[in-house]
Write a protein that binds this ligand. Sequence first.
Ligand SMILES: CC(C)(COP(=O)(O)OP(=O)(O)OC[C@H]1O[C@@H](n2cnc3c(N)ncnc32)[C@H](O)[C@@H]1OP(=O)(O)O)[C@@H](O)C(=O)NCCC(=O)NCCS
Length: 241
Amino acid sequence: MTRAREFINATYAAGREFLRPAQASCESGAAVSSTIVPIRSVGSGHSARISQHLLQLSPGDRYLRFGYAASDEQILRYVEGLKFERDEVFGIFSRHLELLAVAHLAFSVDPGYASCSEFGVSVASHARGRGYGARLFDRAVMHARNEGVTMMFIHALSQNTVMLNIARKAGATVERDGSESEAYLRLQPADIDSRLTEFLEESMAQTDYRLKVQAKQFWRFLSILQEVRRGVRDARDRTPM
Ligand SMILES: CC(C)(COP(=O)(O)OP(=O)(O)OC[C@H]1O[C@@H](n2cnc3c(N)ncnc32)[C@H](O)[C@@H]1OP(=O)(O)O)[C@@H](O)C(=O)NCCC(=O)NCCS
């Protein structure tokens, strides 16, 4: 079965999942292996949410993500410096539009290494172990292939076994150099399946995001309506007969 076909089947399954009560969804922390995870490309309009996500990382996680204990100022400078028009930033949003996970696929600026890219990722501590890190890695691989990239690099501390395992499982070669490790993955050329799958995944994730925005707005509208109703009822109760 092609990945595009697998994706279409998974989308039907996700549609059924969407209709289930909230506690049965992937947001509850349940295993997501059989559930599709909407991963969308995010742009400069989401800079504030990216900053919020990164600023919430603990000092230890900042060290793992950036290779140094990034301060709040350094994180804000990193987000400000993101080149959305050149690189690709992917995100996974919660129902409340919180960015649960962010991946940055940076393309080489050196024309001599035009076919190389670097991958970095972080998942909010309360959303770990659901497969988001691995899914973002797969998504970045697919995008990199479709952009003609042949090598993807992951710079990680040697102690970061979770990240290195994600890379290893995807077929990357890991070279340890003391406390630091360099993993690289040779990518297959793009094909019709990788292009179609990425197109379908992005379309589905954009639709999912729009639904989440609408749902959030609708709940806000309902709560205002309820407050108005409560006010009218209270006023009526206070009116002397
Ligand atoms: C690394 C990180 C992105 C992983 O995200 P995640 O969503 O929790 O990872 P996943 O759920 O996709 O898990 C990937 C694999 O690691 C395993 N794993 C997850 N957490 C684990 C843990 N604490 N201990 C051991 N294994 C773990 C999972 O079981 C899974 O293995 P499997 O594919 O065999 O089932 C996340 O821990 C993180 O944000 N860390 C801080 C920043 C960082 O280290 N970034 C990477 C540097 S580029």
